[in-house]
Design a protein around this ligand. Sequence first.
Ligand code: SAH
Length: 503
Amino acid sequence: MFLTISATGTTGKPATDLGFLLHKHPGKAQRFSTSHGTAHVFYPEATAERCTAALLLEVDPVALVRRGQGKGRGGAPDAALAQYVNDRPYAASSLLAVALSAVFRTALKGVCAARPELPGRPLPLRVEIPALPARGGAELVHRLFGPLGWESVRTEPVALDERFPEWGDSRYVRLVLEGELKLDDALRQLYVLLPVLDDAKHYWIAPDEVDKLLRAGDGWLAGHPEHALITARYLARHKRLTQNALERLELARLAEADGSEVEELDNAVDESRDTEDRPVPLAVRRRDAILAALRDAGAARVLDLGCGQGQLLQALLKDASFTEVVGVDVSMRALGTAAKRLRLERMGERQSSRVRLLQGSLAYTDKRLAGYDAAVLSEVIEHLDLPRLPALEYAVFGAARPRTVLVTTPNVEYNVRWESLPAGRVRHRDHRFEWTREEFRTWAGQVAERYGYGVAHLPVGDDDPEVGPPTQMAVFTRATGTETTGTTETTGTTRTPKEGEAA
Ligand code: SAH
């Protein structure tokens, strides 16, 4: 199994920078032992003009068979010979992808300590794979690599046997990709698409494959026209995992369309209403209200569910009474921004032991979320389709079950006060719904009752006498003695806000 990556140099940017990016010195040939054989990395050429790194994986077919992984899809027990005589050692397949991630792990992450400016730069790259197994043929290869920013995607059929042209082509193609891409983007594409084209994943598909796929697919998979095929094949057509991944991609797509819009609108409104001194943006008032409610509840270990770009996490970390702070979001991009905002990489050990960022969908129960004092869902529920909401309710109130849950959501009645908002429009294009105060109270009351919580409602922002406050907040408190799940019998209480009750 063989793959080469070449870079062309330009003035002031020698091609040998590739060696820095790959963390492999061009002057050395190196060997790495991987779970399936020995990987070799060497540079057939390394000049300022052109530098080529080669990755060769020498697969140990006997070891593969012993591990029960040489059969490919559905190998029959009587196909004993096929176990030893198969294409695994020669074709660029999922094994090569695994070797790629093992040998070039740091490069895949787009990190280069020696030359931090390098990974951010697109390079004139050329990737060549002489024997790429392609179930679906050259046509599929083009459909997969075509939309990914390469200037040229070339495939040549590989004959089954050159001595007998009448036998036709094998299922292999020679692939050459050329274009200006960032190296980590190119590597992450290969990491996903080699096994997808091979379509015979050699290892057991574990649930964390979804995370691996989404990590490697960050920035290109969600918007890829073939994302459904890529996802299904990568996960070996495992139904539940594929569905989970597709859903998370869908959410990631929506979250990417997200961003500053909400806050801009929030800021705009408050500015028009509060002209004296410096106006306090609604987003800030919301955060202050959340912090106050968390302190009231005496919470020390806090989950920020749907943490977005981490503004609340940052505020939580400034207060030492919050001893552990965990941000969860479905969007890798949002988490990346949050990590930067918090300066996670430069944080001292003591600080960094207080904070964690997790990727995950709130529509699935997640063991990592159990045992916290409080969970915040700030402007998150309205991003879920209504039919998905019960899944989130179960995951948060039924499974994670913190003592306190804070939920904020827009009050749709207030929308008439937003001058920049056309009548009948929601505040953000990704909002699936926006509720009146009555609708929110009804929902909160039902959730509280089903899961054994009491609930109080608080306004956030100026409480307009006619239409109420711009943001509404529900504070759920778990009834004592109902720490575990399955408390569907317990009755919650709903407290309606008293007139003039402040946030
Ligand atoms: N809590 C932040 C961000 C709100 S925007 C704030 O108050 O400003 C909504 C966030 O929820 C986005 O970051 C989006 O990626 C995330 N989100 C939406 N659906 C989700 C889901 N099912 N699981 C996890 N996060 C989700």
